[in-house]
Write a protein that binds this ligand. Sequence first.
Ligand code: NAP
Ligand code: MG
Length: 458
Amino acid sequence: MTSCDVINPATEELLRTVELTDVAGVDAAVARARAAQRVWARRAPAERAAALRAFAAVVDAHIEELAALEVANSGHPIGSARWEAGHVRDVLQFYAATPERLSGKQIPVAGGWDVTFNEPLGVVGVITPWNFPMPIAAWGFAPALAAGNAVLVKPAEWTPLTSMLLGELAVAAGLPADLFQVLPGKGSVVGQRFVEHPDVRKIVFTGSTEVGTAVMAGAAAQVKRVTLELGGKSANIVFDDCDLERAAATAPYGVFDNAGQDCCARSRILVQRNVYERFMELLEPAVKGVVVGDPGIDGTEMGPLVSRAHRNSVASYVPDDAPVAFRGQAPTGPGFWFPPTVLTPQRGDRAATEEIFGPVVAVLPFEDEADAIALANATEYGLSGSIWTDNLSRALRVSRAVEAGNLSVNSHSSVRYNTPFGGFKQSGLGRELGPDAPLSFTETKNVFIAVPAEEETP
Ligand code: NAP
Ligand code: MG
């Protein structure tokens, strides 16, 4: 069995060595999960609901431990890490209501009764990226378990620790053994085996569009269900009629949150040309004010990037002759630090079109509403975006015209556990979260029951 070193990205110190699951290990886990799923699905709905609430309660009792582990493994600021752990609890609580509400339909037909059932799929494989290990795992496992499935999670190799702890907490909470298993390992081994194993009935994949495309192609061989949450190059559109001070003050947090390692990052700021110069004057102090440093300290707003390899990838977008408008601060010394960076590239430049997944934002001027919409949509991605305007009609028109799954007007919010989340175009397939997520972990079964017409009484 091979192993992998997990590194603290703020200090470059070795945190732990994790054993990687091999193909035989995946196959054994799938077999155990299958058996556990049958037992789980037969349990009374109220019992399954209670088990998920117990899991949520145990997560709640370990928020500090989970958060500290994420700070160490991923370099997330402690305030964000606490939110992420609390979010796992909230997602579990929200979907704990599902088992008792997953009702089918009764459809009027001739000659009998017709009813539908939402049957669980069986074993679901969840493949997560390194940027938000806890929330993204929970978006898959909570509704899947709630709908009566077993779940196997393959965390990203760089950031497995909080997912592994969640696996232990599920057992501590009394969830049936093997119903929820976390299998650290390589994407090319564990992830690939999820795709190929006939008893894994659905893949929930979050990560790059490149790997997501390969997962979808692999799943096609078995007509396996997939949900994909992929990359983004989202637009923050600033119109001349908005509260420009607030738009500028909040723009850094719309892109530099989690050091820009966020699929929803508003990594293109589109600014109406007649307010462009004023906006840049307001943006500069806001960017320089982002508190970058030790993620373990309360008040830190941005930590390091996740790894040396990823920092090199981000840095490739800021060569010496890059059109840098201004930059914020970052610590020097050990750690994979990168300062918040504002670029003013041309529309077709690589920094303006490719997902950088780091604290680098491209600011681009536009002429009018039509130009803003065209520019916002000039990407193969379509995940999120923001629209800043005080004109209600314009806000509504532009919200409908931007091809993206998650938009916010005069804010940068995009993820709430009770509203649907996902991408247009190459940003994904299917939706997570919200009231309907459990249905994507079920098959609809239709049952017709013949009922002879009432006998005539003489
Ligand atoms: P990635 O390379 O696509 O990896 C994502 C996951 O897939 C990891 O667990 C990875 O394992 C695994 N994997 C790799 N090759 C695989 C294969 N052949 N078969 C099955 N699984 C495989 O993405 P990343 O580098 O971790 O994350 C960055 C990307 O994710 C960005 O593009 C970002 O936009 C996207 N993302 C999207 C969302 C969203 O909700 N839309 C959220 C977060 C991130 P290893 O760890 O072993 O590589
Ligand atoms: Mg990768």
